[in-house]
Ligand binder design. Structure first.
Ligand SMILES: Nc1ncnc2c1ncn2[C@@H]1O[C@H](COP(=O)(O)OP(=O)(O)O)[C@@H](O)[C@H]1O
Ligand SMILES: [Mg+2]
Length: 325
């Protein structure tokens, strides 16, 4: 009778007596990969309460793997307790992704606002430095210093400009954009650069591709940033794959930029979309490329993800296909 009652419940449910699971339904046995009963509660959970109530902990399967668990322990008959468990790993992972995306958006917005505030005084610095430069006699030893000021301020200007691209609410997202054309145009823009001289390109553009709706110049910047990153990772030699296709299940147009460079170490993978995160030394990187890509993709209602291992890195952008009205 007890067994039947347990099996009627679809969620993982067990009966506990004196710290031991003495009966369990199929869902529970599957969740923990249980073979036989009874089994000690402490073999199944990192923590569990002495009392009745809700608890959150990690579940331990018999093979040693862990999952995020939510559980509730309730009174039952004959000195037994009922234990209902749920695997919430998936939900936790989704929550974490959302938090990460929100954080990036907030950082991007802040960076854009700061850039806006900095841009005007920076213009002033450059203006006065240039005036000073004109007024100095040609042989002045101070010219060197003024040139330094101009050079450094110009670099700040470039960074501020890039940052401003984060939040551009005035840009409309109403163009019909052919992503294939964007990829071809952007590659032809940089193919003569020394970075790409010895790089072999494999073109895998879909023969027909639905339009995406958006802002062409933003999508160009997105594509260019990804190609440049791949080129920088390849450091002059290797393979670059430029791929587009339509994925009908999600109704998205997909752009993939793949390289066989060194890859992105797992410990920094969560950081690469943050503004100012760069591994490029000596002022070579601004750390803004991917942050800007993230902002652009988000504004277009799409997603950007990365797969990477040593010898292969793939950035995948999904953008909703146009909806004709
Ligand atoms: N294709 C790639 N292969 C390896 N690492 C990459 C690749 N693309 C980006 N990265 C890593 O992500 C970091 C951030 O990229 P990005 O935001 O474009 O800034 P930047 O290129 O200025 O460093 C890079 O410094 C690099 O460590
Ligand atoms: Mg970059």
């Amino acid at each position: 009778m007890k067994k039947d009652f347990l099996e009627e419940i679809k969620d993982p449910l067990a009966l506990v007596r004196e710290g031991q699971v003495v009966a369990a339904n199929e869902a529970f046995r599957l969740l923990f990969h249980l073979e036989g009963l009874p089994v000690e509660l402490r073999r199944l959970f990192e923590h569990y309460p002495a009392d009745y109530g809700l608890f959150e902990t990690r579940g331990k399967r018999l093979d040693g793997s862990l999952f995020e668990a939510e559980a509730v322990l309730l009174p039952f008959q004959d000195g037994q307790k009922q234990l209902l468990v749920r695997d919430v790993s998936q939900r936790r992972a989704t929550e974490k992704m959302w938090l990460q995306a929100e954080r990036l958006t907030a950082m991007g917005k802040l960076a854009g606002e700061i850039a806006h505030e900095i841009n005007n005084p920076l213009g002033g610095i450059l203006l006065y430095a240039n005036l000073l430069r004109e007024d100095l006699p040609e042989a002045s030893p101070l010219l060197l210093h003024v040139d330094k000021i101009i050079k450094l301020a110009t670099r700040c200007r470039i960074i501020a400009k890039a940052l401003l691209n984060f939040g551009r609410p005035e840009d409309t997202l109403e163009e019909w954009v052919d992503l294939n054309q964007v990829v071809r145009d952007m590659f032809s823009l940089i193919e003569d650069h020394r970075l790409f001289k010895a790089v072999t390109v494999r073109w895998e553009l879909a023969e027909t591709l639905p339009f995406v709706q958006g802002n062409r110049s933003q999508l160009e910047q997105l594509t260019l940033n990804l190609i440049i990153n791949a080129g920088e990772a390849l450091a002059g030699q290797g393979h670059l794959v430029l791929r587009t296709y339509y994925q009908s299940r999600e109704e998205v147009v997909v752009l993939e930029v793949e390289d066989d460079g060194p890859g992105i170490p797992p410990e920094i993978r969560e950081k690469i979309f943050e503004p100012f995160f760069t591994t490029k030394k000596g002022g070579k990187g601004t750390g803004l490329g991917l942050a800007i890509c993230h902002g652009i993709v988000k504004r277009h209602g799409g997603t950007i993800e990365v797969e990477s291992q040593p010898g292969r890195t793939l950035f995948r952008v999904k953008l909703p296909k146009i909806h004709y009205e």
